[in-house]
Ligand binder design. Structure first.
Ligand code: PGA
Length: 266
């Protein structure tokens, strides 16, 4: 894990927990998780539950909230969609783009993901770009090319002045929800590829000096790992080189297991 920065522990609830359940989760979790434990804790509820979850944690400025997905536009005739400025208005300070379920279930293309990422950044949210290969891509030797394509296509659409605000989550598709987490070695290797792809994209766009694109800029590129992270593997993953935090699905749904992950040390 990066020595300078606090680890980011992010809970992706996906399509779980309506407003009441979200509020009662927060009560349970906050009792188990004392403030200021050293990590940045971010919760991504379904957007309909964002306000309720945040309201239940108003006394706790150490807990942050995010939106799981946003439309590529600010507002308009887009039935069923939520925009980044609306999420910010509801109290979100973070946003995901490019989660593999968006890519595979909803058909989000690299191009759309880049526009969502840019919208998050434009709206002052901290964008997290999710990337990762399928099992087939890994077995075909396409790990690196897949990650490079996903990073370049999305980050390339974020205005240069905002590119540094982007964080990354490496989430191999074969590890999501399967109980089969990547090994620390495989995750570290992939995180290196993500960083390299980010540096390459920033360089080709003429990154500002001192930014993530500079030769010594690694400290600005935060990469989380996601995919079957659970209390029993969280500390080892966090201790692995280049892993700056975790993006957790299933194990973030119960206050006990989420609190255990938030207490994990790298
Ligand atoms: P998982 O999901 O922890 O349930 O594998 C991670 C994610 O999809 O972000």
């Amino acid at each position: 894990m990066n020595e300078v920065h606090r680890p980011v522990l992010a809970a992706n609830w996906k399509m779980h927990k309506g407003p009441r359940e979200a509020a009662s989760f927060m009560e349970g979790f906050l009792n188990l998780h004392p403030p200021a434990r050293g990590a940045i804790v971010v919760i991504f509820p379904p957007s309909i539950s964002l306000v309720a979850a945040r309201h239940a944690a108003l006394a706790r400025t150490d807990i942050e909230f995010g939106v799981q997905n946003v439309h590529t536009r600010e507002s308009g005739a887009h039935t069923g969609a939520v925009s980044a400025p609306m999420a910010a208005d509801a109290g979100a300070t973070w946003g995901l783009a490019g989660h593999s379920e968006r890519r595979h279930e909803f058909g989000d293309t690299d191009e759309m993901i880049g526009r969502r990422l840019a919208m998050l950044a434009d709206s002052g949210l901290r964008p997290v770009l999710c990337v990762g290969e399928t099992l087939e891509e890994r077995e075909n030797g396409q790990l690196e090319s897949t990650i490079r394509r996903q990073v370049e296509a999305a980050l390339g659409q974020v205005p240069q002045s905002r590119q540094e605000s982007v964080l990354y989550a490496y989430e191999p598709v074969w590890a999501i929800g399967t109980g089969l987490a990547a090994s620390e070695t495989d995750a570290s290797e992939a995180h290196g590829i993500v960083r390299d792809a980010v540096r390459g994209t920033l360089r080709s766009g003429g990154a500002p000096s001192g930014s993530a694109g500079s030769a010594t800029g690694d400290e600005h590129i935060t990469v989380l790992y996601g995919g079957s992270a659970v209390p029993s593997n969280a500390s080892d993953l966090l201790a692995a080189p280049g892993i700056d935090g975790l993006l957790v699905g299933g194990a973030s749904l119960e206050p006990e297991s989420w609190a255990a992950i938030c207490a994990a040390r790298g």
